[in-house]
Structures are given as structure tokens and as C-alpha cells.
Write a protein that binds this ligand. Structure first.
Ligand code: CP
Length: 292
């Protein structure tokens, strides 16, 4: 695996290898890199989890993390993504982790760039490292993906998490359904009532409303969204006994999910964050092992 750009590019074998390595790392396994590699994290959009988690993972597998602050970089002066990445390659970077607001920004890096590129989120496109940590969380819980009912709820059309997970989970044998307002279904067929999906879901995966990606305001009031599509205590009580709640976070409490459910027994929301470090250690190691 030279780069990690989209879940659509990964085979099931590559996915399962990363999940196996994540488990090894969680169980105390040692990284298998033959030298220290230089890596930089280029975040042109805000992030708490992904940026910090990648940096932790990079350090744990033995990388040297070179600081890069997008808001004080020459991107602000109009430098292209290609020129920024090529510059970092010439300075000695082996890999870059990039988050940017443009869908498929990475296409301009496919020719002429010799550093590995790890996509940490492209616009409303893909978020493969989030997907891999979500898969790891589900695998830890159920041991398999085959036959699981996974319901993805919320702002589907604007969500890179929804698209990444739908691709991978379906290929791994899960039954993925969407629950959302008609306006947010995008290319997907969706349900519009909890009653149709709640009681047989093994995983309820909530999404943040992505106000920053709405070109015109199609937003509901917080109260009416919560009432129609939020996970309330009454709905949580109707879930299967072993079903789990997931959310990539950041969470809008009392919008996608009632405040008191964020850390309830069946919530894996903060466990996902913890799993993210192991999944990203596996991603960084897998990619860097292919470099001399
Ligand atoms: N889940 C996720 O991508 O969170 P951040 O935006 O904080 O990185």
C-alpha cells in the first residue's frame, strides 16, 4: 500500500491486515519499521481527534514528526497543494497526512510526488482512517462484519465518514442502511423513520450535521432534528440488548444524540477515539514499510 486515499482503493485483505495490526498494537505489539521516517501532518481544515491521533500513532511507531502549521504555511500565500507537498518531499519527508476541504484534492499529487500520502479527510469525499478505526471498533465488538445491520444516521450526503464506511462495510458483508431527511440522502436510498431500522440494528452510527458544507441552509432547528432523527433515551431503550452506538465526533450533544447517552453503556464514542491510535499506527506502519 503506497498511499491511503480512499476506502474504495483498499482490498478486503488490505483492510483486514490493518485491523490485525491494530489489534497487535493494542495488545502491546512492537512496530516493525526498519528506520525512523519523517512525517508531517498538513491540516487545512480543523481537527482535534484525527490530527492528534495521527501524531500519537506516528511517534509510537518511531517516526520523526515534523511540525507543519497550515495557517502559517505558504498555502496562505497561494502555494498549490502540489508545490507544498513537493517542497516537503525535497526537505526530506517520507510521508504526509493531509486534510483539505476539496474533494479528491489528492488527484493533483498522483503524478510527480514521491512521498506517501495519507488522506485524513477530503471535503465531503472520504475519511479512510476514520473508517478503519470504525471497522476496528465493530470487529472488536462482534468479531465479524457478515450479516450485521449497520444504520448510518444523519447528514449522509455531506459525510465522508458515511461514504467511507458504507463502501467498506458493504464489501465486508454488513447490511448498511441510511436514516436521514430526504434532502440529505444524496446518492443513497434512505429510510426516514427510526421505526423502520431501530430495533434490528446492531450498530447505530450517528453523524454530525455538517453545517459548514451546506451551500444553502437546509438545516433543521436543533430541537426538530433531535425530535425526528436524534437518538433519544426512548429510542435507545428500544435497541437490541447488544447493539452499540457510534459517532465519529465531534458530537453536537442534544442534536444527534441526547447528552446523557454520549457515555452510556452501549456507547463506543470515546472508545472509537482510543481505537483510532491503534488503527493509525497500523496505517502508518503498513505504508512506511513499503518505502526503502
Ligand atoms: N472524527 C474526526 O475526524 O474528528 P476531527 O475533525 O476532530 O479530526
Amino acid at each position: 500500500m503506497k498511499n491511503l486515499l480512499s476506502m474504495e482503493h483498499l482490498s478486503n485483505e488490505e483492510i483486514l491486515h490493518i485491523l490485525d495490526r491494530a489489534r497487535d498494537f493494542e495488545n502491546g505489539g512492537k512496530p516493525q519499521l526498519s528506520r525512523s521516517y519523517n512525517i508531517a501532518n498538513l491540516f487545512f481544515e480543523p481537527s482535534t481527534r484525527t490530527k492528534t491521533s495521527f501524531e500519537m500513532a506516528e511517534r509510537r511507531v518511531g517516526c520523526t514528526v515534523i511540525p507543519f502549521d497550515a495557517s502559517f504555511s505558504s498555502a496562505v500565500k497561494g502555494e498549490t497543494m502540489y508545490d507544498t507537498v513537493k517542497t516537503l518531499e525535497m526537505i526530506g519527508m517520507d510521508a504526509v497526512v493531509i486534510r483539505a476541504k476539496e474533494d479528491e484534492y489528492y488527484n493533483e499529487l498522483l503524478e510527480g510526488i514521491n512521498v506517501a500520502v495519507i488522506n485524513a479527510g477530503d471535503g465531503a469525499g472520504q475519511h479512510p482512517s476514520q473508517s478503519l478505526l470504525d471497522l476496528y471498533t465493530i470487529q472488536k465488538e462482534f468479531g465479524t462484519f457478515e450479516g450485521l445491520n449497520v444504520t448510518i444516521v444523519g447528514d449522509v450526503s455531506h459525510s465522508r465518514v458515511a461514504k467511507s464506511n458504507a463502501t467498506a462495510l458493504t464489501r465486508l458483508g454488513a447490511n448498511v442502511r441510511f436514516l436521514c431527511p430526504k434532502e440529505w440522502a444524496g446518492e443513497f436510498e434512505a429510510f426516514h423513520s427510526w421505526d423502520e431500522v431501530l430495533e434490528d440494528s446492531d450498530v447505530v452510527m450517528l453523524l454530525r450535521i455538517q453545517h459548514e458544507r451546506h451551500s444553502v441552509s437546509k438545516s433543521f432547528s436543533k430541537e426538530s432534528y433531535h425530535e425526528q432523527y436524534g437518538l433519544t433515551v426512548e429510542r435507545e431503550n428500544r435497541m437490541k440488548p447488544d447493539a452499540i452506538i457510534m459517532h465519529p465526533a465531534p458530537v453536537n450533544r442534544d442534536v444527534e444524540i441526547t447528552d446523557e447517552l454520549v457515555e452510556c453503556e452501549r456507547s463506543r464514542i470515546f472508545e472509537q477515539v482510543r481505537n483510532g491510535v491503534f488503527a493509525r499506527m497500523a496505517i502508518v506502519e503498513t505504508i512506511l514499510k513499503e518505502r526503502p
